[in-house]
Structures are given as C-alpha cells and as structure tokens.
Design a protein around this ligand. Structure first.
Ligand SMILES: *Cc1c(COP(=O)(O)O)cnc(C)c1O
Length: 448
C-alpha cells in the first residue's frame, strides 16, 4: 500500500531523510540550551532536536533536518502526525468552542466518542465509557471503578508492567528506575505477580498462568481482589507478547472469582498491533479497557470503556475532571477513528509489522546478539543479549539507538533491562522510509 496525501500531514512535507547539520544543529541547540535553563531537569529527551513540523513518516527540526520517525511520539501519532483530517477537525472545533467542562454543560463530541469506543472495543456486551486526559488517569479511574463495583480493594499487576507515573500508577508500574526511584510512598493494596515472558521464562501460557494464579490465590485470595490489570502486549517492559493461552486462563480465573479484568491498551490500542485492539487477536474480552495514546492523533485524551454494570457502579459526581473529554480532543478522536476505519490502517499495521520482522529476522540470522525479534503488528521489537550467557545486553540497544538517531532515524529503546529496541512507526510512513530507517538501525547494530 502506498501512503496517501490524506495520511501524510500534508504533501508539502518532503518524505525523505535529510541531515543538513549534525544533531543538534545550531537552532535546535539554542532551544535545548534554553530548555536546560527553564525546564525541570527530571523532564529529559532522547532525540536532541527542536521539532517544527512532522507528518507522514518524518519529523523536521528547527535546522531543516528531516528525520525518519520510527517512534510516533511513543505510539501516539499512529494515524500520522498532523494528519490533515485531524488537523481540520481540531481547527473547526477550536473555532466553535474550546471548553465548557463536560460536567458543567455537555456536548455531542464527548457522547459520540463514547458511542464509538463502546462499539469498537472487544466484547458484545452493553458498555459505557468515561473520558480523561492521560493514560495514567484512565488507569487510575479504572481502578476506582473496579473497587466500587466489587467493594474490594486489592489490585494485581504483573512483572514488567507499565501503567503510568501518578502515585497509584507508579505503584502498578514494575520498573523502579527511572519511574519510581525516590518518589514513594506508593499507593497501598497493590500486588505484583509473575506474568508470561516466553523468551526469558520458557513457560507455556498455561504454566505461566498457573504460576500467577497460584500467587494470587495464596498471597492475596481471589475473593479479596477487585481488579487484575495487564497490558495485552507489555510496552515499556519490552514489547513482551505473552505465551498463547496465558491471558485467556487469567481472564477465566478472574470471572470465576468475581474479579474485574482490565486490559491496559493505552499503547496497544487503535490499530497499532494489526487489529483495532490487541485483545481481539489474543482471544480475550476484557471487562474494562483503558485507552489513550493512539486515540486522538496526538491530542491529549484517554478513556475507560467497560461493562455497563461495572462502569455505572460509582455514584454521580464520583468520576470526572475539569478537562476530561475536552471538545477539541474529542473532535480529534472522531477524525482519528474515522481515519483508522476509512484508510484500513489495521491492515497497514500488519504490513508494517511484516516489513520490520523480515528486516530484523535477517539481522538476527547473522548476529547472535539478537536474542529475539517479537511483537504484534506495528508494535515490534528486538531484544539484545550476551550470546554466551543469554544475559540482557543494554549497551548494544542504547548504542545502536543513539547511532541511528545521529543518522536521522528516531529509534526508541525499552525493556525492564533496557536491552530492547522498539519500533512504533506512524502507520502513514511509506515502505521506502520504513526500510531505510530499519536498514540504518541494522547497520548501526552490525557496526558495534
Ligand atoms: C504510556 C502508558 C501509560 C501512561 O499513559 P500517560 O498518558 O503517559 O499517562 C499507561 N499504560 C500503558 C500501557 C502505557 O503504555
């Protein structure tokens, strides 16, 4: 499939990699220096540029450098940056009204987004949706709702989990540095159990589920647990696809024990994995789904969607927030969802996933430091190891990503051990740019 103008942030942005300066160039450097003098040091960045435009498969900086985007601002601009359909919807809504607070005086856009999410998320049962601003906020609210519904308090998360940076979601997130170090005490009654990481644990889905269920049963008690929350494919933790049967077995056990099963699809949602939601491919119907990143083409919006009887449990006024479901963000979401459907972007995500897999399998065949190539659709990753011991090798991932960035390819790393390079290209990228970007990453690995 070729990229159409409707997807590429305007045909005016040349779809090519071009470096006019070393990174950062002088104009970017001046802005980054001001950043150091004005912005809190805890807020860091991985690509040393100051962006002025983006679209299709490129990000352009203040010095006119054009970089290939293999990150989508962490799986957000899945539909393409400054997607023309989204940009037009945002402009029209901003000109009409920018805010009323949905809890004060409601508007149709919010209702329409809720209707769309109820229809699109897996599960043929009756659903309701509530809108928020960030992924972490959606997760926090999902937990609030599950606790009121079950009248229980315990919540279970998994090894390698990432659910956000607020107090409750830091407690759910597994990795200490940099997300949690020094920021405690954390929310209570959160428990962590082992998940499924086939490359490292060697367990079948059934074996891994049995281990997790035994931990939940013996250490917490099924009748004490309000919610079990998991990313269907773990994102920050390393793009870990669970072994077949793992999720279904956990879901079945939750049903038997009256536990709300929450799929955190903040990163996996919205065509990214090759279906609208990863849960569809992995054979589960979650009681509740949290979404954010890909939902609104870059505008801040998040959602909790779930079974009506669960979603309606909190009392009136118990859910909400000043900005949740902002009208401009809702207009962006409706345009974004229209793009996913009309451009058949889930199929494009599968094509992109195949291209990444081919390129990276070829690298793996010749380089024993590639431990595993894995992923689902356009959410793909390479895990690096010491070939002798199988131990994680973070240095290669870090150095290869840094080298690719230097050559004008935005490449992100992830993983509990920091030894994973992840690919999250916008689905508006052309095959040519995608292949060029992947070749540069592969070359960077070989050169190390
Ligand atoms: C990014 C992410 C979050 C947090 O979203 P924010 O918008 O950064 O708060 C939560 N869960 C998952 C799976 C994520 O990838």
């Amino acid at each position: 499939m070729t990229t159409t103008d409707a997807m590429t942030g305007g045909p005016s942005l040349p779809q090519k990699r071009e470096l006019k300066t070393a990174l950062p160039g002088p104009k970017s450097k001046a802005i980054l220096d001001r950043k150091t003098g004005a912005v809190a040091a805890g807020v860091t960045y991985s690509v040393p540029v100051a962006v002025v435009a983006a679209g299709g498969g490129v990000v352009v900086d203040a010095d006119g450098n054009s970089l290939i985007d293999l990150g989508s601002g962490i799986a957000v601009t899945t539909v393409g940056n400054a997607n023309p359909r989204v940009a037009a919807a945002v402009a029209a809504q901003a000109a009409a009204f920018t805010h009323t607070c949905f809890m004060v005086s409601p508007y149709e856009g919010y209702v329409e987004v809720a209707e769309k999410l109820n229809e699109l998320t897996p599960g043929s049962f009756d659903k309701r949706t509530a809108l928020f601003n960030s992924g972490a906020e959606a997760v926090e609210n999902a937990i609030k709702i599950a606790r009121t519904y079950t009248k229980r308090t315990a919540v279970v998360a998994f090894d390698h989990a990432y659910h956000g940076r607020t107090n409750l979601t830091m407690a759910l997130t597994a990795k200490a540095a940099p997300y949690k170090t020094g920021f405690g005490p954390f929310a209570s009654d959160i428990y962590r159990v082992a998940g499924s990481y086939p490359f490292r644990d060697g367990l079948s889905g059934q074996e891994a589920a049995k281990r997790a269920i035994s931990q939940m049963d013996k250490q917490i008690g099924g009748d004490q647990i309000a919610a079990v929350i998991i990313e269907p494919v773990q994102g920050e933790g390393g793009f870990i696809v669970p072994a077949e049967g793992f999720l279904e077995t956990i879901v079945d056990w939750c049903r038997e024990n009256g536990i709300v099963f929450i799929a955190d699809e903040v990163q996996t949602g919205f065509a990214r994995t090759g279906t609208m939601f990863a849960s569809e491919q992995l054979g589960i119907e979650p009681d509740m789904i949290t979404t954010a990143k890909g939902v609104a083409g870059g505008m801040p919006l998040s959602a909790v969607t779930g079974r009506t009887e669960i979603m309606d449990a909190p009392h009136g006024g118990g859910l909400g927030g000043t900005y949740g479901g902002n009208p401009v963000a809702c207009a962006a979401a409706l345009a974004t969802i229209e793009s996913y459907e009309e451009e058949n972007l889930a199929a494009r995500a599968q094509e992109i996933g195949q291209i990444i897999a081919e390129r990276m399998e070829a690298l793996a065949d010749e380089d024993p430091r590639v431990g595993e190539v894995r992923g689902l659709g356009a959410m793909a990753a390479v895990e690096f190891v010491d070939p002798e011991t199988g131990e994680p090798d973070a240095a290669i991932a870090k150095a290869a990503a840094a080298s690719a960035i230097e050559q004008g390819v935005i490449t992100l790393t992830c993983g509990t051990y920091g030894n994973v390079i992840r690919f999250l290209p916008p689905l508006s990228i052309s095959d040519e740019l995608l292949n060029e970007g992947l070749d540069i990453v592969a070359k960077a690995v070989r050169a190390l």
